[in-house]
Design a protein around this ligand. Structure first.
Ligand SMILES: Cc1cc2nc3c(=O)[nH]c(=O)nc-3n(C[C@H](O)[C@H](O)[C@H](O)COP(=O)(O)OP(=O)(O)OC[C@H]3O[C@@H](n4cnc5c(N)ncnc54)[C@H](O)[C@@H]3O)c2cc1C
Length: 485
C-alpha cells in the first residue's frame, strides 16, 4: 500500500472477500491495472477475516475456525502474488456511473477514476427486529464470530443463540469450542435439516459432505448437552439490558435467562452502492431480499459497473470466488487484455462450479426461511434503531396517507441515521407492504444517496467541488417497480 492516493486505474474492485480477492488476482494476472479497496485492515472478507494472522499462529483459535476457514489462505496468497494494488482500511462511500470512486482512508477523502468497477461488497446479517432486539446484550451471531476472528474475543456470560441457517449452528459450535458458556440454541427454522436433507437427496448428490457437516455440528452440540429448542415468536426481555429470551415451542411459551443473545436469520446482499447508483434491482423471493440485476458476467444495468459475490445475491464463499473470476474475465475482455473467445473459454470451469453450487443454495434457501425476521412486527418493536422509530409509529404514518416508501422515510426519518438504511430498509418496506396488503416489489426500496458510508463533513469539505460530477446516474427511476431500488 502506498501513502499517496492513486487517482486512476483500469479496474477498481470494492471488497476484499472471496469475490473481490479472486477477481483482483485474476484481473492482475491478465495484465489489468487493478486496485482492490477494502474497509478492513486485512484481506479475507467476512468468512476469511484475519486469515493470514490466524493461520500463522497455529493455535486453538485456528483449530476452532476449522478447515473451511483455512482454505481462504490460498485465495489471499494468490491475490498477494498477483500484483494487484491493495488499499486496506479504505471505505468506498460513493461510486458514480462514470467510474469515479469516493474513498475515505486515514482520515482523508479522495477520488479515484476507474475504467471499470467490480463491486464485491458481500453480505450483511439480516436484521432481526423482534421486540427488545435493541437492548444491550443482543447482537448478531455473525458479529460475535467477527469479534472472535478479528480479536479472539469470546463471550464470558451465559449466551443463547437463536435463529435459522447454517451460520447460527457454526457460530454455536465455534463459541462452544472456544469455551463460551453457551446455554442453549433456539432453532427458528420451519423444517429440520435432517428431514429436508433426506427429502432433497436426489438433487443434492455431490453435497453429502456439506450436508454431513451441518448434521455433525448439531450432533456436537447435542453431545455437549447444549439444549436445542425449536422455537418461534421470539421476544427479548430486560429493562436496561437483555435478561431473558422467550419463545413459543410446542404450543407453550418458554423463557430462558441470557446475558448475551445472538440472533441470526441468514444474510442479505449489501447493495447500498448499486442502490445509490440506481442500478436495476430484482426482488429475490427465495432469499427474501433485493439484489442487483446482472447478466451472466455480473454486469449491472450501469454500463461500467459489475457485481460479484454475495452482493449480487447470496451464494456462499465458494460461489463468490467463481463469480469474482467471471467478472474479472469480462473486465479483462472489455479493457482489451483478452479476446471474447478467451474470456468464454476461461469461463467454462467457473460456470460449471457455479451451476453445482446453485443446487445447494436452492436447498439452503428453501430450508432456512428467515421466519423471525419477516413476521409481522409488534407495534412496540423498533423498526429503525438509528432514529428509534417503532413499527406502530410507522403504521400510524401509513394510516395518515404516507404510503410511498420514500415519503415514509422523509416523515419518519427511518433510513436517515448512521446506517443510511442498511439496518431498517427491509423492515420498513415490509411494514409498509403488510399495511397496504401488497408485495415488496410494489413497495420498492429507499432511494439512496451517497455517501453510503459515514463520512465526516470535514473530509468532504477538503474535497472542494471535486465531488460535483459524482451524482448518481438517472437509471432505474422510472415507473418499473423492479428499478425502484
Ligand atoms: C458476519 C458474517 C459472518 C460470516 N461467516 C461465515 C462463515 O463463518 N462461514 C461461511 O461459510 N460463510 C460465512 N458468511 C457468509 C460469507 O461471508 C459469504 O458467503 C462470503 O464471504 C461472500 O464473499 P464476498 O466476497 O461476496 O463478500 P465478503 O466476504 O462479505 O467481503 C466483502 C468485503 O467488502 C467490504 N466492503 C463492503 N462495503 C465496502 C465499502 N463500501 N468500501 C470498502 N469495503 C467494503 C467488507 O468489509 C468485506 O471485507 C458470513 C457472513 C457474514 C455477514
Amino acid at each position: 500500500m502506498t501513502d499517496a492516493p492513486r487517482t486512476h486505474c483500469e479496474l477498481a474492485i470494492v471488497g476484499g472477500g472471496p469475490a473481490g480477492l479472486a477477481a483482483a488476482a485474476l484481473a492482475a494476472e491478465l495484465g489489468v491495472e487493478t486496485i482492490l479497496f477494502d474497509e478492513q485492515p486485512t484481506p479475507g472478507g467476512q468468512i476469511y477475516r484475519n486469515i493470514e494472522a490466524n493461520s500463522r499462529k497455529h493455535d486453538a483459535l485456528s483449530n476452532i475456525l476449522g478447515a473451511d476457514y483455512a482454505k481462504g489462505l490460498a485465495l489471499v496468497e494468490r491475490f498477494r502474488r498477483s500484483g494487484a494494488a491493495y488499499e486496506p482500511l479504505s471505505a468506498v462511500w460513493q461510486v458514480s456511473a462514470a467510474g469515479k470512486l469516493g474513498v475515505s482512508r486515514k482520515g482523508r477523502a479522495y477520488l479515484t477514476r476507474a475504467g471499470r468497477v467490480i463491486l464485491a461488497t458481500g453480505a450483511m446479517e439480516r436484521p432481526v427486529p423482534i421486540p427488545g432486539w435493541t437492548l444491550p446484550g443482543v447482537m448478531g451471531a455473525g458479529a460475535a464470530q467477527t469479534l472472535m476472528k478479528a480479536s479472539g474475543l469470546v463471550p464470558e456470560e451465559p449466551t443463547v443463540i437463536a435463529g435459522s441457517g447454517p451460520l447460527a449452528y457454526l457460530v454455536a459450535l465455534q463459541l462452544m469450542k472456544a469455551g463460551a458458556p453457551l446455554s442453549a440454541v433456539i432453532d427458528t427454522s420451519q423444517k429440520g435439516l435432517f428431514e429436508t436433507g433426506f427429502a432433497a437427496l436426489p438433487v443434492l448428490s455431490g453435497f453429502g459432505r456439506d450436508l454431513l457437516k451441518g448434521l455433525s455440528w448439531m450432533a456436537a452440540l447435542r453431545k455437549a448437552r447444549i439444549p436445542v429448542f425449536s422455537g418461534r415468536n421470539l421476544a427479548v426481555e430486560g429493562i436496561s439490558r437483555v435478561e431473558a429470551v422467550s419463545f413459543e415451542t410446542r404450543g407453550k411459551r418458554q423463557r430462558l435467562s441470557a446475558s448475551l443473545l445472538l440472533l441470526h436469520e441468514g444474510v442479505v446482499p449489501n447493495n447500498q452502492i448499486t442502490a445509490s447508483l440506481r442500478c436495476r434491482h430484482v426482488w429475490d423471493t427465495a432469499q427474501m431480499a433485493w439484489r442487483p440485476w446482472t447478466d451472466e458476467w455480473g454486469a449491472t444495468s450501469t454500463e461500467l459497473v459489475a457485481v460479484a459475490g454475495d452482493g449480487a445475491g447470496i451464494s456462499g464463499a465458494r460461489a463468490a470466488a467463481h463469480r469474482g473470476r467471471l467478472a474479472a474475465l469480462d473486465a479483462a475482455c472489455r479493457i482489451g487484455r483478452i479476446s471474447r473467445a478467451e474470456r468464454d473459454e476461461r469461463a467454462l470451469p467457473e460456470r460449471r462450479h457455479l451451476q453445482r453450487e446453485a443446487r445447494f443454495r436452492a436447498f439452503l434457501d428453501s430450508t432456512y426461511c428467515p421466519t423471525e425476521a419477516v413476521r409481522r412486527l409488534a407495534d412496540e418493536a423498533i423498526a429503525c434503531r438509528c432514529e428509534e422509530v417503532t413499527a406502530g409509529e410507522l403504521r400510524a404514518f401509513v394510516a395518515e396517507g404516507f404510503t410511498d416508501i420514500n415519503q415514509l422515510k422523509s416523515f419518519s426519518r427511518c433510513g436517515m441515521g448512521q446506517c443510511q438504511g442498511r439496518m431498517c430498509g427491509g423492515t420498513v418496506a415490509r411494514v409498509l407492504a403488510q399495511s397496504l396488503e401488497t408485495d415488496m416489489e410494489t413497495v420498492g426500496y429507499y432511494r439512496l444517496r451517497p455517501p453510503v458510508k459515514p463520512l465526516p463533513v470535514a473530509q468532504l469539505a477538503e474535497l472542494g467541488n471535486a465531488e460535483r460530477d459524482l451524482r448518481p446516474s438517472p437509471l432505474g427511476v422510472d415507473g418499473d417497480p423492479s428499478q425502484r431500488v
